[in-house]
Write a protein that binds this ligand. Structure first.
Ligand code: ADP
Ligand code: MG
Length: 606
């Protein structure tokens, strides 16, 4: 629809409303606004289908405000939203557009807020009520809210309300409003139950459908990062260091994960916080406020808690845990690329989640590129840049008089060069976050992948040219002659990151079955999707082997590894007890003493 030269002034809006829009900074109506506003101004019912971020709030709020009867005290408009956050946001939008409409009152009501407060507010004249279905129904039941004079009703994000199980409440509310009301239903998708609600409760609605939003996704660069489930956190910190980040929203599935990750990031010096359903309304609003005013840069959130979050400085959305469905994904990444900015979305993908990745690509018709791992040199360069900036900032903004004299004094006292002094101070400052990164530190880059890598290898072997090639010991591939058994050979010098604790497992295949360390690494890396750098020491015995794997492997992965076969033989992976490990060590020590000294199994790395 050509809406390029359309302006808000072409609608029959009161001048006060146009002034407000001008102040808010809206220039032209978005497509859904251009299509919906005339219909709603006309008093007609409406079904509006459009994706997140298309401007649906103003599409209904503006015509509603234009048609309000300011002499009526009882609520004349009800907007139902799926979450508290959205209720607050929609109410705030009304307030903002109505800033020059004196006497206007909008009331958000939602669970978690004091009922008493809400009841008191309801005694005063209220023009628009915005609420979640559960709480609105409560008020109707208690008769603390009457919708007898309702003139218009909006179902915002109807599909989300359905998904959250609010269908019954919504129907109840619809039944308790005058049949003469005008009804607008907005939804990103139109599942059958929503169609039925529309059929039953809307009168001859105009249907507007804004095509699956290309602009929202287009303004967002989407990439994925292949992870083996073991080191998502490392990947996250790597991304935080390497990307040009303003603020980041990290999505996880559970409340506990929000807290855990926020704390771990805080321990590493990031201004981070958790946003989850356990926060009360005040805490939650405070957190979002802190994100807006830059006291927080990294917010770890669950889907429900972050719904509708609209903070333009969010430059990155990280899907730490993959979303449950494609819509979830679209909603999440819609939290970035707001207000005309370009956003970046990063999806962590475990091997068994590859299918979801492809489904998202198909549904959004956008390729999701594999992420290029930043090199160690790039990280170092970035840190050096930040370091310099911090120092220059201090020179520009701090009163350094006292410290200047101190430096002079020190130089004089020992006759040292000021350059040496500055160097020593710089060294002290960077100790916790070294400017020169060395191989083998925790900032080892994950391997980048090619997007069309066949299934099976994860992460795929291919390396991008820019990635530093790490020297990796070659595993010996030729099984030693049978006569040497029983014998344990530490075939893989441990290269596992220092902070990973290992557990030793036993596999029911050994020399007799022709197993080699290479086979075992390959099978485990493929089947469990563990990055082979996390597969520790392997010892092969006559008819069994041992392998060290990171502590805390998911149960289902272990279950799966039990069933993996090597030829005709099941791996039958089992964790070894301390006495077993000890017994084995003694046995090996005995038989290989002359050959190469005793391999010392360690349950945990120092
Ligand atoms: P939706 O409900 O469709 O997800 P919102 O109503 O939350 O979208 O609007 C998304 C963002 O776009 C908000 O930040 C809003 O202020 C902004 N916005 C809405 N309409 C316009 C417009 N006509 N011009 C500029 N920005 C707009
Ligand atoms: Mg909305």
């Amino acid at each position: 629809m050509p809406d390029t030269d359309l302006s808000f002034a072409s609608f029959a809006f009161p001048p006060a409303l146009l002034t407000a829009l001008n102040e808010v900074g809206y220039e032209t109506p978005s497509p859904i606004q251009a299509a919906a506003i005339p219909v709603l101004l006309n008093g007609q019912d409406l079904i509006g289908q459009a994706q997140t971020g298309t401007g649906k709030t103003a599409a209904f709020a503006l015509p509603i405000l234009a048609r309000l009867d300011f002499s009526q005290r009882a609520p004349q408009v009800l907007v139902l939203t799926p979450t508290r956050e959205l209720a607050i946001q929609v109410a705030a939008a009304f307030q903002s557009y109505a800033r020059h409409l004196p006497g206007f009152h909008v009331l958000p009501i939602y669970g978690g807020q004091s009922m008493y407060q809400q009841l008191r507010s309801l005694q005063r004249p209220v023009h628009v009520v915005v609420g979640t279905p559960g709480r609105v129904m409560d008020h109707l039941r208690r008769e603390s809210l009457s919708l007898a004079s309702l003139r218009a009703l909006v179902l915002d994000e109807a599909d989300e309300m359905l998904r959250m199980g609010f269908l019954e409440e919504v129907t109840f509310i619809l039944e308790h409003t005058p049949e003469t009301r005008q009804t607008a239903l907005f939804s990103a998708t139109m599942p059958e139950p929503i169609r039925q609600v529309a059929q039953r409760y809307l009168r001859d609605p105009a249907e507007i459908r804004i095509k699956a939003k290309t602009s929202t996704v287009e303004a967002i660069r989407q990439r994925y990062w292949p992870v083996g489930g073991m080191h998502k956190f490392d990947a996250l910190t790597r991304i935080l260091e390497a990307e040009d980040i303003d603020a980041v929203l990290v999505f996880v599935h559970t409340k506990t994960a929000t807290v855990e990750i926020a704390e771990k990031l805080a321990a590493r010096g990031y201004a981070s916080a958790a946003l989850n359903g356990d926060l009360n309304q005040a805490q939650r609003e405070k957190t979002i406020e802190q994100l807006k005013n830059r006291q927080i840069d990294v917010l770890i959130a669950t889907d429900v808690a972050a719904r509708g979050l609209d903070v333009p400085r969010i430059s990155h959305v990280v899907n730490y845990d993959i979303p449950y469905d494609i819509e979830g994904y679209v909603h999440r990444i819609g939290r970035t690329g707001r207000a005309g900015r370009t956003g970046k979305a990063i999806l962590f993908v475990a091997p068994r989640e590859i299918r979801m990745l492809r489904a998202i690509e198909r549904a959004t018709r956008q390729p999701i590129e594999p992420m290029r791992a930043p090199t160690r040199a790039a990280i170092a360069e970035k840190r050096i840049g930040q370091f310099k900036q911090t120092v220059f900032d201090a020179i520009a903004s701090e009163d350094l008089e006292f410290f200047g004299s101190l430096v002079d004094e020190m130089a004089e006292e020992r006759g040292v060069d000021q350059r040496d002094l500055a160097a020593a101070l710089a060294w002290l400052v960077q100790r916790d976050r070294p400017l020169q990164t060395e191989p083998g530190q925790d900032d080892r880059p994950p391997r980048p992948t090619a997007s069309d890598e066949p299934r099976g290898r994860f992460p795929p072997r291919e390396r991008a040219a820019q990635e530093p090639v790490r020297e990796r010991p070659r595993y010996e591939d030729t099984p030693p002659p049978r006569e040497r058994a029983p014998q344990a050979r530490p075939e893989r010098p441990a290269r596992v990151p220092e902070d990973v604790e290992m557990v030793r497992y036993r596999l029911d295949v050994g020399h007799a079955q022709g197993a080699t360390a290479k086979h075992i690494v390959g099978a485990i890396a493929n089947e469990a999707g563990i990055d082979s750098q996390y597969i520790g020491r392997i010892d092969i015995y006559d008819d069994f082997s041992t392998v060290d794997l990171p502590e805390g492997m998911p149960r289902e992965l272990l279950q799966h590894l039990k069933k993996v076969r090597f030829g005709k033989h099941k791996f039958n992976l089992t964790a070894m007890s301390q006495p077993q490990i000890k017994g084995l060590a003694e046995l090996s020590a005995e038989s290989v003493k002359q050959l190469r000294g005793s391999p010392k199994p360690r349950r945990k790395r120092p």
